[in-house]
Design a protein around this ligand. Structure first.
Ligand code: SF4
Length: 615
């Protein structure tokens, strides 16, 4: 993509991004200080496209603030009251339940910290919602609240989180981070936890399998340097755990806080810059949210072309922001959100709390597997009037089967299950011998896995079937399978674990002290069947108009050819998140075959036959 930079000092930063290099503190500061807003937005939009394609996510959600009675008195807070003060309130579990209804997919629960609630009351809220509305994902309690529970109820952070998880907690919100600066903390919220505790609580949650969000409160007394440092600290934490789902910059609402004059809110330029810089600095965060409640609908809509790929949701009640003067309406209807996203030239994707797609509001969509191994097909793939949506293979198969996606590379098993709706085209993702990115890490040899517990990633359908076929038909082994959701960083509870894609690739050469053995499933298959293994195939919906289908086929063909000719230049852009040198990436990609030939067709037939014979 060409950008005509007015601020030439941005050119080296753009080159770094094109070469897959991480941005530094100085780069972050230069991005905040530039007046070349349009170039900044284009860079961030490009970066967002690499992660999320044309998708913008939203969720049908409800926000509940169960009480505003708080033992603390943070200077920037217009929400909290003392017990007995006019306007102070506490909600019972029944009142909370009465605010929910079927159709809502996510409830976001936070609140103030009352002096006299018992631990059981917090657990009861989560458990009761989970019992009455099992389909609603519960995102609850910021790190500040978790720390409050830990101190008040004399339980370790782990105990608090495990009890909440057992009651039904799925993820944690990112609030309470404010800005990671001891200077600001002392001035504005000196009773609240600082960066060390906030980060430690989130990392503990990630280790326990509870993903979370992260925030930054900006536009008060912080400096630009403090903003960049905040982003870098979050990036480092994400390198460690991979457990953050999304980052949400929160624009400060002055209200009657007295920190700034009432109407001295952040400018739209500052909001857009902060979204864009966050997208570019947080290269390891999957999503950046434009939180419309605080930004306003108008700014949030523009932010979707400044690096944001999430607009939050239909929300519900949002007392903290509104009591401090936010001007957005209390409820933004679903169709209004969809309209905003469409007007921004993106596809609206309704999601759950983990960003699994539930519905897509748009047409002409090409599905994309977001792994390194598919870049020869997808790099610079532009099909006229088509949008691109990256999804994990299994989700892609589901969305294609539901008719949301027109064409793309999908997991072989999903094609086999939907043959009546899909045409097989001439491309695939197949490998002879080693593939390096479909791996079983195990404490035991394959022949010793009888009745052992194997963790399987929910990203794949084909690799799981392949593993089952190999164990059952080749080794006569019956194992116990348990699905887990990525990101997951500890696999202690399993005897073996199946990983695919870039997660597997990153572990391929690394030391994995948890497991003694590593098995490459393509190699196992090849040694057994003397055939390549076909992991994914390019398909198109059968009801696609013939001329559209022809266009897609021709474009993909030319694209693959061009990308292979320029592979050494292209791979540089894909270094983010992959722990391989350029040479190793090229060697890895050359290990794949992208065209379906007679051998691949025989391999597909053989695999289909074996699946039918497997339990
Ligand atoms: S920001 Fe949170 S912790 Fe601080 S006073 Fe307000 S409700 Fe209490």
């Amino acid at each position: 993509m060409e950008i005509l930079f007015r601020d030439k000092s941005l050119i080296p930063i753009w080159n770094k991004l094109l070469n897959g290099e991480r941005l530094t503190f100085d780069d972050g500061l230069a991005l905040f200080r530039t007046n070349d807003l349009i170039s900044l937005g284009k860079m961030a939009n490009w970066f967002s496209y690499q992660k999320s394609g044309d998708a913008v996510y939203f969720v049908l959600n409800r926000k509940i603030e169960h009480t505003n009675i708080c033992v603390l008195s943070c200077k920037f807070c217009d929400f909290a009251k003392k017990k007995g003060e006019p306007g102070a309130y506490e909600m019972t579990t029944e009142e909370i339940l009465s605010k929910l209804s079927s159709g809502i997919r996510e409830v976001h629960i936070t609140g103030a910290m009352p002096p006299d609630w018992k631990w059981e009351r917090y657990l009861d809220i989560v458990q009761s919602i989970n019992d009455k509305f099992p389909e609603i994902d519960i995102k609850a309690y910021t790190a500040v609240e978790i720390d409050f529970f830990h101190k008040k109820f004399k339980k370790s952070i782990e105990e608090i989180l495990i009890e909440l998880k057992n009651a039904g907690l799925k993820t944690m919100p990112g609030g309470g981070a404010e800005i990671f600066s001891e200077r600001v903390r002392r001035l504005l919220f000196n009773q609240k936890i600082g960066e060390k505790s906030w980060l430690e609580i989130h990392k503990t949650a990630h280790r326990l399998g509870i993903p979370s969000n992260a925030t930054m409160l900006y536009g008060h007394i912080e400096t630009l340097e403090e903003r960049v440092k905040h982003l870098i600290k979050l990036r480092e934490a994400q390198d460690e755990t991979g457990g953050f789902l999304t980052f949400i910059p929160l624009a400060f609402q002055p209200g009657d806080t007295g920190i700034k004059p009432k109407n001295n809110f952040t400018s739209a330029i500052d909001d857009l810059k902060t979204i864009a810089v966050s997208r570019l600095m947080l290269d390891n965060f999957p999503h950046i949210k434009a939180y419309w409640v605080m930004l306003t609908e108008e700014v949030a809509a523009i932010a979707l072309n400044f690096g944001a790929d999430d607009i939050d949701g239909t929300v519900g009640e949002e007392h903290i922001a509104h009591d401090a003067g936010a001007i957005s309406p209390m409820k933004l209807a679903q169709d209004r959100i969809i309209k905003i996203i469409k007007e921004a030239g993106k596809i609206a994707v309704e999601r759950d709390v983990f960003y699994n797609p539930l519905k897509i509001y748009g047409r002409n969509i090409i599905g994309k597997i977001p792994y390194l191994n598919s870049i020869p097909i997808y790099h610079n793939l532009k099909i006229d009037s088509y949008f691109t949506l990256p999804l994990f293979p299994h989700r892609l198969g589901e969305m294609m089967s539901n008719g949301y996606i027109d064409a793309g590379l999908i997991s072989l098993v999903d094609y086999l299950n939907n043959k009546e709706k899909l045409n097989l085209s001439r491309w695939c993702l197949s490998s002879r011998e080693k593939v390096q990115s479909v791996l079983l890490f195990s404490k035991y040899k394959l022949e010793e896995l009888e009745n052992k517990k194997i963790g399987i990633t929910d990203e794949t359908s084909t690799s799981v079937k392949l593993l089952k076929v190999i164990l059952e038909k080749k080794y006569k082994i019956n194992a116990l399978f348990e699905e887990f959701h990525q990101p997951k960083i500890s696999f202690q509870e399993f005897d073996a674990v199946l990983l695919i894609g870039d997660n597997a690739l990153n572990k391929y050469k690394a030391q994995n002290p948890e497991f003694n053995y590593k098995f490459d499933l393509a190699e196992e298959w090849f040694q057994w069947q003397n055939l390549p293994f076909v992991f994914a195939v390019w398909v198109e919906r059968k009801d696609l108009l013939p001329n559209l289908s022809d266009d897609i086929i021709k474009t993909v063909e030319l694209n693959i050819q061009k990308n292979f000719d320029e592979l050494s230049a292209i791979v540089k852009q894909y270094r983010f998140g992959v722990k391989l040198t350029d040479e190793e990436i090229i060697e890895y990609l050359k290990g794949f075959n992208y065209k379906i030939g007679d051998e691949e067709l025989s391999a597909i037939r053989k695999f289909e036959e074996l699946i039918r014979e497997t339990k």
